[in-house]
Design a binder for this molecule. Structure first.
Ligand code: IMP
Length: 498
């Protein structure tokens, strides 16, 4: 006979945190959001720590190199999606690892015999006013000079004349070798009163440009998550079908951490894939999931998972529960798995971090997930709203929206995540839609972090372990949930009363 779990399946909206006593030394500036990413022995530090408890979903519409760079610079980490050929995913990982703050790959490039008219067209397209003149017009060609919009005037100069006539030739152009550091480059920009310093390799090929403004920009990110070589950290998703080829290619590309991405990780396939990876590539940490209960957590932890991801059916684009009738309210799932994680720690001395994945709609849901025992959260919808996410920004009557589609939708067709038999989707488990546009990730994430810090202060905690061990949560009734929202008529911008 089927077993009926007595406890009701609950979501984050059904809980609130009770304030604890806040001591005078517990203010937002004192709050430390550092959190472990991978398995470690009790009392030791995790080999990889996040500086903010956020990772981005393993999805086409979310985890591009651009988003990964922005998120790692803000203390989190992205998992580049695996719904693409191995080589493309490895190239995306390489792009993040090769990112050097302040060192930009020139996107405004011309050949010396291109006309000034061609140059104007390129500048108009890129929106930049400094162009590299290279022998073949590419970003990595042999550098012959630089030309800026200040070097010519459309009324004074013949626009059909060659770029070479107005450029500053390499002989007169201060430049640096490939081993220059950002602070050395910055010192030269100021001492030599330059706006831009080209960086060349031994053969005179252009590698990067360093601009004065980018140095200041880099100073804005004190929380960057970097490896021993000061390169941004990045993760990558893998699946239980082609991991024998994908894992080594991602490792070679420089991925810092991997994660098996499956809508249902409680399977022998995932345990076998974890065991194989641990045996053949013990140096790379690898997470598993998704699960919704303690039994499945213990199964993956015993198979070697370095963190475990929780969540089935709660994602904003997800229709798995409608289609298949499986899943669990995310709050119940996190609480159950966290209890199993603590028991596993007690039994083995290994701390296996937990990731709450999907269904986080309000910023305060993140605080609830962390209070319930998650070490970090994975979000799709949240990140898909920002400029740095790959979905197109679409104008509407009231502003903008961004495209956001599920991995189990017909648009993504990620059959490796949704084993339905064969190489394809038999039915959809996700939808294709839009989310409200939210601007720049740097600003949006700063606001979310400010809210989480403020919640932690109210709960009297300055670290996440403290928050988890002292949080007091209460269930809310339908009536008290209503009370949480404003109950006045809101003033509109014109000041008129409706
Ligand atoms: P969100 O943050 O609520 O948008 O949820 C994102 C999470 O939903 C991802 O990290 C996945 O675990 C899950 N997911 C992604 N695509 C699909 C889908 O097509 N169907 C069901 N779940 C999905």
């Amino acid at each position: 006979m089927a077993q009926i779990i007595a406890e009701v399946s609950r979501t984050f909206n059904e809980y609130l945190l009770l304030p604890n006593r806040t001591r005078t030394d517990c203010g937002p500036a004192a709050v430390d959001l550092r959190t472990p990413l991978v398995r470690h022995r009790v009392g030791e530090a995790s080999a990889i720590e996040l500086h903010a408890p956020f990772v981005s979903a393993i999805m086409q519409a979310v985890s591009s190199p651009e988003l990964a760079i922005a998120l790692a610079r803000n203390g989190g980490l992205s998992f580049i999606h695996h719904n693409q050929p191995v080589e493309e995913q490895a190239a995306a990982v390489r792009k993040v690892k090769n990112f050097k703050a302040g060192f930009v790959t020139s996107d405004t490039n011309v050949r010396p015999d291109d006309t000034l008219r061609d140059l104007v067209a390129v500048m108009r397209r890129t929106g930049h006013s400094t162009a590299a003149v290279t022998h073949d017009g590419t970003a990595t060609g042999r550098l012959l000079g630089l030309v800026t919009s200040r070097d010519f005037h459309p009324q004074r100069h013949d626009l059909d004349g060659p770029v070479s006539g107005r450029m500053t030739p390499l002989g007169e152009l201060p430049h640096a070798g490939g081993d220059v550091t950002l602070s050395e480059a910055n010192a030269r920009l100021w001492e030599e009163r330059l706006d831009c310093l080209p960086v060349l390799d031994g053969e005179g090929h252009l590698q990067h440009l360093v601009f004065r403004s980018d140095y200041a920009d880099n100073k804005r990110f004190p929380n960057q998550v970097v490896d021993g070589g000061k390169r941004l950290r990045v993760g990558a998703g893998v699946n239980t079908h082609d991991y024998r080829e994908r894992v080594p290619a991602l490792l070679e590309a420089g991925a810092d951490v991997l994660c098996f991405d499956s809508s249902d990780g409680y399977s022998d396939w995932q345990a076998e894939a974890l065991t194989w990876t641990k045996k053949n590539y013990p140096e790379i940490p690898i997470g598993g999931g998704n699960v919704v209960d303690g039994e499945a957590f213990t199964f993956l932890a015993e198979a070697g998972a370095d963190f475990v991801k929780i969540g089935v059916g709660g994602g904003s684009i997800c229709i798995t529960r409608d289609q298949k009738g499986i899943g669990r309210g995310q709050a119940s799932a996190v609480l159950d798995v966290a209890a199993a994680r603590d028991a596993f720690l007690e039994r083995t001395g290994d701390y296996v971090p937990l990731c709450s994945d999907g269904g986080l709609v309000e910023d305060y849901h993140v605080a609830l997930a962390l209070a319930m025992g998650a070490d970090f959260v994975m979000m799709g919808r949240y990140f898909a709203r920002f400029d740095q996410a790959p979905g197109a920004k679409v104008p509407t009557r009231d502003g903008f929206v961004k495209e956001y589609w599920g991995e189990g939708s017909n648009r993504a067709r990620n059959w490796q995540r949704y084993g339905q038999g064969g190489q394809g989707l038999v039915f959809e488990e996700g939808v294709d839609g839009y989310v409200p546009y939210a601007g720049d990730l740097n600003e949006g994430l700063a606001t979310t972090m400010a809210k989480i810090k403020s919640t932690m202060v109210s709960c009297g905690s300055v670290t996440l372990p403290e928050f988890q061990s002292s949080a007091r949560l209460t269930l809310v009734s339908e009536q008290s949930f209503q009370e949480s929202h404003a109950s006045v008529t809101l003033r509109d911008t014109s000041g008129t009363v409706a």
